[in-house]
Design a binder for this molecule. Structure first.
Ligand code: SAM
Length: 283
């Protein structure tokens, strides 16, 4: 990741969400009508051609990216509707072109959404949203470099209230961090969120199969170095609940590729086999 340049992986995953809009409602995994707003000319042209990525380039990865967004949507909506332990604020770490603040404006009902990201990605998002007719929401942009800056300090500056029930979205980020930064973030979130807080995150895992397909997937993770965003952190799904528990987060849901397919796929699409999502509540 080059901090001075808008994230290319953020735009890529946004493109994958945008391709979903062209599918029939019966098989569509998610609705993100804002995703197309954030695409540059090349990806917009590809979208107009019918979603090149879905058809040709990374069909399994596209399916995974859309499923992970949907699973985190579901967890967020459940938490926002929970009257027993009401969520008071939402923090999206490495927000990229996440549009949940607008997609779920009604369910959020005025609760603030803190979008935390590199300033370069935020500036591009801000520019592309200018002049758009969007639902009124309380979105607060929080600039950070996770490898360098203290999350509590940057959030405090934006008006985040520590110790209150918070929903933390940490999607598509852990794999690009060093292990120490992942651990530091889990500890920081535990310290920041009050009882009733929820964390939803995904992670990469390295397939331990020596065969060609698994070797290809391991190589694909390394190949992301070519766009300056190498995969540096991986976690086995079996270990993930224990890893999170050591940092104060108790698993409430976990889905790898098979479970995501069972929940969300209705049209026989293939799904990338080496990523999983975990939802946890603050212990
Ligand atoms: C793959 S994108 C995911 C974006 C978004 N969560 C989504 O799923 O659409 C990764 C995001 O993490 C941000 N990011 C990666 N490393 C970061 C760091 N060290 N500090 C701040 N943001 C970082 C990037 O700018 C980018 O927006």
């Amino acid at each position: 990741m080059v901090p001075s340049r808008p994230s290319q992986t953020a735009e890529a995953v946004c493109y994958m969400r945008a391709t979903e809009q062209a599918l029939p409602a019966a098989t569509r995994i998610l609705d993100d009508p804002y995703a197309a707003l954030f695409l540059g000319p090349a990806l917009r042209a590809s979208l107009a051609l019918g979603g090149l990525s879905r058809a040709v380039v990374f069909p399994g990865l596209t399916t995974y990216i859309v499923c992970r967004h949907r699973m985190i949507d579901d967890a967020l909506l459940v938490a926002l509707a929970n009257r027993a332990e009401p969520i008071e604020q939402v923090v999206v770490l490495g927000a990229g072109y996440d549009a949940r603040a607008w997609r779920f404006a009604e369910a959020l009902a005025g609760r603030p959404v803190f979008e935390v990201d590199f300033p370069a990605t935020q500036a591009r998002k801000e520019r592309l949203l200018q002049g758009r007719d969007l639902p009124a929401v309380d979105v607060r942009r929080v600039p950070i470099d996770f490898q360098v800056d203290a999350l509590d300090a940057v959030l405090a500056k934006a008006g985040f209230v520590p110790g209150r029930p918070t929903f933390f979205v940490w999607e598509g980020v852990s794999m690009y961090l060093r292990r120490a930064a992942v651990i530091g973030t889990l500890d920081a979130l535990h310290a920041l969120g009050g009882t009733g807080s929820v964390l939803a995150m995904d992670f990469w895992f390295l397939l331990d199969d020596p065969g060609f397909a698994a070797t290809f997937h391991r190589a694909a993770a390394s190949a992301l170095s070519l766009v300056g965003e190498p995969v540096t952190f991986a976690l086995d799904p079996e270990e993930a609940p224990h890893f999170l528990a050591r940092h104060g987060w108790e698993k409430t849901d976990l889905a790898g590729p098979d479970e995501l397919a069972r929940r969300y796929l209705r049209d026989g699409r293939r799904i990338y086999p080496a990523n999983a999502i975990i939802v946890a509540k603050r212990a």
